[in-house]
Design a protein around this ligand. Structure first.
Ligand SMILES: *Cc1c(COP(=O)(O)O)cnc(C)c1O
Length: 377
C-alpha cells in the first residue's frame, strides 16, 4: 500500500519535503528587505533556468497559472491589432476567452484536439492580415497531452515579423522549450505543475515585448504586466504577498537548478515511458500518437464498459488521483499525469492498482473476450 496520496492529475502536484518545509519558515512582512531579496532571487532563478543568455525578465504573479496567462494576453494587442490564437484544445480556447474579456480582437486557427495545427493555414492567415500582430499558442495542450510545434510556429512568426505568446503552464520543465533560441516574446508558466511547488505563477518576457506592453492602455490594474514588472524590478510587489509560498517556490527552483532543466525533462520523459509501457500491457490505447505526446501526461481511451467515476474511485481508494477528460472528451478518455515528486515505485504500484481496477474482481463480461496476455495482469 502507498503511504500518501499520489497526484497523477496535471497540477497541483506532489512536492518534496524540502519544498513543503519552506512553507513553514515563519511570518514575514512582504515590505521588508529579506522579502525584496527573496523576490529578486526567485526572479533571477527563473531567468537562469529557463532563459539565460537572452534579454528576458521574469514577472511573478501571486495567483494560479491563469492569472499569469491573463496578464500576458492583455499585454499583447490593442485597438485594430489582432491576436491569432491557435486553438486545438481547452487551453487554446481559454486564451481566446481571456483576450475577448479584455476587449481584444481575436482570430482563431481552429483545429481538432488530437492534431497539430495546420501550419500552412497559419502562414496564409498571417500573409492575408497584417493586423494579426501576435500569435498565441499552448505549448503542451493539457486537454489531450499533445505538444504543439512551437519551434515551427515561432519560425513562421519571425518570418512574418509577428510576436508570439506561449502558454507553457504545463509544458515548462516537462518538454523542451528553447525560449531564447526561438525568440519567444512572452512565455507563461506556473509553479504547481512540473516545477513541483504549491503556488505562484509567472511570465517570462523579452525586453522588447515588455517595453511594447508599457505602451498599451491597462485593461486590468491587478494583472497589469508593466506595473508588476516595475515594482518587482525595485524589489517590491504592489500587493500583499503570500510570502511563505514564495519561500517554497525559491526552494523548488533551487531543486530544479540542482537537477538541471535537462535532467528534469529526462526524468519526466522516463516516467511517461514507464507508464506508457504499462498502459500498453494493460491493453489501454493512447489518444495521442507517441511522436506528438508530451512528457507530462497521457490521455487514455476509457475501455468499453468502464465509467471514469468507477475507475477514479477505485484508484483513489488505493491512494492515486487520476484525472477526467475535459469537454467533449469527458466520457471518452481519462488522463494520467506524471509531473511532481513521485517515486518510480509509486508509479509501479499505480500500474498494478490500475490493472486491478480494470481487470480485477469487478471485471465486466466483455473483458473475457480480451486476449489472455492483456486480460490477466
Ligand atoms: C493548468 C493549465 C492552465 C491553468 O492554470 P491554473 O493554474 O489552473 O490557473 C492553463 N494552461 C495550461 C496549458 C494548463 O495546463
Amino acid at each position: 500500500m502507498v503511504k500518501r496520496t499520489v497526484l497523477l492529475n496535471p497540477g497541483p502536484v506532489n512536492v518534496t519535503d524540502r519544498v513543503r518545509a519552506a512553507l513553514g519558515k515563519g511570518d514575514f512582512c512582504h515590505r521588508e528587505p529579506e522579502i525584496s531579496e527573496l523576490i529578486a532571487r526567485v526572479r533571477a532563478r527563473l531567468i537562469d533556468i529557463f532563459c539565460s543568455g537572452g534579454a528576458y525578465k521574469a514577472v511573478l504573479v501571486m495567483g494560479s497559472g491563469s492569472a499569469a496567462l491573463e496578464m500576458a494576453v492583455s499585454a499583447t494587442v490593442q485597438g485594430d491589432d489582432r491576436l491569432l490564437v491557435v486553438n486545438n484544445g481547452t487551453y487554446g480556447d481559454r486564451i481566446s476567452k481571456v483576450a475577448l474579456a479584455h476587449g481584444q480582437k481575436v482570430a482563431e486557427l481552429h483545429g481538432p484536439p488530437t492534431e497539430r495545427p495546420d501550419l500552412g493555414r497559419l502562414e496564409s492567415m498571417l500573409a492575408l492580415d497584417g493586423n494579426l500582430r501576435w500569435i498565441a499558442v499552448v505549448h503542451h495542450e493539457t486537454t489531450t497531452g499533445l505538444v504543439n510545434p512551437i519551434m515551427e510556429i515561432a519560425r513562421i512568426a519571425r518570418r512574418h515579423g509577428r510576436r508570439i505568446l506561449v502558454d507553457a503552464i504545463s509544458g515548462l520543465a516537462c518538454d523542451p522549450l528553447p525560449i531564447v533560441e526561438l525568440g519567444l516574446d512572452l512565455v507563461v508558466g506556473t509553479a504547481n505543475k512540473a516545477i513541483q511547488d504549491p503556488g505562484v505563477s509567472f511570465v517570462l518576457g523579452s525586453a522588447e515585448a515588455l517595453a511594447a506592453a508599457s505602451d498599451l492602455r491597462p485593461t486590468s490594474h491587478y494583472l497589469h504586466l508593466p506595473l508588476l514588472l516595475s515594482e518587482q524590478e525595485s524589489g517590491s510587489h504592489p500587493f500583499t504577498t503570500a510570502v511563505q509560498v514564495l519561500f517554497a517556490f525559491d526552494e523548488a527552483l533551487a531543486e530544479l537548478s540542482l537537477e538541471t532543466l535537462t535532467g528534469r525533462i529526462l526524468r519526466m520523459s522516463q516516467r511517461a515511458q514507464l507508464l506508457r509501457t504499462g498502459f500498453e500491457k494493460l491493453g489501454l490505447s493512447a489518444l495521442i500518437p507517441e511522436k506528438h505526446a508530451s512528457n507530462a501526461l497521457t490521455s487514455l481511451k476509457l475501455p468499453e464498459g468502464k465509467s471514469y467515476a468507477a475507475l477514479h474511485d477505485a484508484l483513489k481508494a488505493r491512494g492515486f488521483v487520476i484525472y477526467a477528460g475535459q469537454g467533449q472528451l469527458a466520457t471518452k478518455i481519462f488522463r494520467v499525469a506524471n509531473m511532481g515528486a513521485i517515486e518510480v515505485a509509486e508509479l509501479e504500484e499505480f500500474l498494478a492498482a490500475l490493472g486491478d481496477a480494470l481487470h480485477g474482481g469487478d471485471r465486466p463480461t466483455a473483458a473475457t473476450e480480451r486476449p489472455p496476455d492483456v486480460a490477466t495482469v
